[in-house]
Design a protein around this ligand. Structure first.
Ligand code: DX5
Length: 208
């Protein structure tokens, strides 16, 4: 199972500090983007601000924003390896996919704990990744909702080759349950950055 540290930062200093702590221990980071509308919080980092950092590691973006069709083109332009938008945030998922796919970037759709997998059925054959949310998005450090484990199995049954990640509430214990349910990747923020040694936390998660 791949471990992808989530960078959720309110300021540039926080963002750079977190990336500096872990970039040499991971293949890819996830940048959390919050717009204050789809979720209450906001985060630091426009596409151009991220571009200026010349990040030393691959990155994906988890767009917790309304109308992602308006911004995905910018994330393609600045080199996001994978772009993940929320099925709940757009009236036109097909348009969002069309704005990412031709450019050779991976397309992911995130799904909130309350949203059924049926909401994705029309799109599963057009995407590379499903991000199953283990918490209602908006904040780090929430408790994992075990009911979402069934979604991992459900997706793998419908499309065995589709990669599934899990985000929110991942810790050393829940990571084991998520791995057992068949996920390909997990995102973790507090389990890594609130552990005394983030590099060791990544290793422990990798052993799940
Ligand atoms: C949830 C965010 C997550 C968050 C995870 O709102 O989408 O990416 O950073 O934080 P933890 O790992 O602390 O639950």
């Amino acid at each position: 199972m791949q471990i992808i540290p989530s960078i959720l930062a309110a300021t540039k200093e926080e963002f750079v500090g977190k990336v500096t702590e872990i970039f040499s221990d991971t293949e890819m980071i996830q940048i959390d983007i919050m717009d204050g509308k789809f979720v209450q919080n906001t985060t630091w980092g426009t596409p151009d601000e991220i571009l200026e950092l010349h990040l030393p590691v691959l990155f994906e973006v988890h767009l917790m924003v309304e109308n992602p069709e308006e911004v995905v083109g910018d994330w393609v332009r600045v080199g996001a390896h994978r772009i993940i938008f929320h099925i709940e945030a757009t009236k036109n998922p097909g348009l969002v996919i069309e704005k990412i796919r031709p450019f050779g970037r991976e397309v992911g759709i995130a799904i909130n704990p309350e949203t059924p997998i049926a909401a994705l059925s029309e799109w599963l054959h057009l995407i590379d990744y499903v991000l199953v949310m283990g918490v209602t998005p908006g904040a780090s450090g929430q408790k994992f909702q075990s009911k979402v484990l069934a979604k991992i199995r459900e997706i793998k049954k419908i499309r065995p080759g589709l990669k599934v990640g899990v985000d929110g509430g991942v810790n050393f214990d829940t990571a084991k349950e998520i791995a057992a349910a068949g996920a390909d990747a997990i995102n973790a923020a507090s389990a890594i950055f609130e552990y005394p040694d983030p590099e060791e936390a990544i290793k422990i998660l990798q052993g799940s």
